[in-house]
Design a protein around this ligand. Structure first.
Ligand code: SF4
Length: 283
């Protein structure tokens, strides 16, 4: 395929990409944009063989292309706070994938068993000790919802989990709706490290998805110790909670804008999936 160095049309770029098995749309889906300006600048100097140009183009896109779509969740915001470099490698360039370990596999298994139980199934010998807890959620008035996937778009309007405009996603383990009040429960199988910001995001989702709700009691349920950490939130607190959330999102958007994802080595590095390729890893 011949490149016109003076007039690099979108169609040409798309055609070239498709010869590599990519399309502009699937690159966009992966969080990359087709940056034709970079390629055009490169092509201005003496003409280069197609393979050379294409290789350069792909490496530029992989290295430092701007982000087209950022979406957020509690775990993404927490990951950015822990280490922006890890966030970038996992969520933007996708060089690394989150890895599971014994604790996370156990956590997922317990969550699944509790979900099945609250949907009418039975607990297993491993989780039968939580039967009373499940009954407590089932008792009393109101509608019990399990593993609710709540998603908002950038205008804070409810949208589908996999819709193109999905912007803020939260999965609620247990949600009890009762008129103007609601209860949220989040199962915890790990070490005791309460971060109420997570509950605040759940609360914000419920206020948006269920506008009649005025008061929410949100709880972490620490399953190992059978302990509860609860806080009650009123609808009038919503603007302040959104401001807190926006401040954290703003930090990520500023990093994306500046393409600045500094490493933040810490005691978490030994569990980082990038530890073998990160020159800053503290292991
Ligand atoms: S190894 Fe440490 S510094 Fe490097 S990306 Fe992972 S968490 Fe960040």
């Amino acid at each position: 395929m011949a490149w016109d160095n003076e007039r690099l049309l979108d169609e040409e770029a798309d055609e070239w990409l498709s010869s590599w098995g990519y399309t502009a749309s699937n690159l966009d889906h992966e969080g990359f944009v087709v940056d034709k300006t970079l390629l055009r600048d490169y092509c201005k100097s003496p003409p280069k063989p197609t393979e050379h140009v294409g290789g350069y183009y792909m490496s530029v896109m992989k290295r430092n292309t701007p982000v087209t779509k950022l979406s957020h969740s509690y775990s993404a915001l927490k990951q950015f706070d822990n280490c922006p470099k890890q966030y970038h490698m996992q969520r933007i360039t996708k060089e690394i994938k989150s890895s599971s370990n014994e604790a996370s596999i156990y956590g997922e298994r317990v969550h699944e068993q509790l979900e099945q139980r609250l949907k009418g199934g039975k607990l297993t010998p491993e989780t039968i000790k939580y039967e009373e807890l499940c009954q407590a959620f089932e008792s009393g008035d109101g509608e019990l919802l399990v593993e609710q996937e709540l998603c908002l778009n950038k205008d804070l309007v409810p949208t589908g989990w996999w819709d193109n405009d999905a912007w803020l996603r939260s999965k609620l383990d247990v949600l009890k709706l009762n008129g103007t009040t609601a209860g949220i429960g989040d199962w915890k199988t790990g070490k005791y490290r309460p971060d109420f910001f997570q509950l605040e995001l759940f609360v914000l989702q419920v206020f948006k998805h269920y506008p009649s709700v005025q008061k929410i009691k949100a709880s972490f349920i620490w399953l190992k110790d059978m302990k509860l950490d609860s806080k009650t939130y009123q609808k009038k607190q919503e603007p302040a909670l959104w401001n807190k959330f926006f401040a954290r999102v703003q930090r990520i958007e500023a990093a994306a804008e500046a393409s600045n994802w500094p490493a933040k080595p810490s005691g978490l590095c030994p569990w980082c999936p990038a530890k073998h390729i990160c020159e800053f890893a503290r292991i």
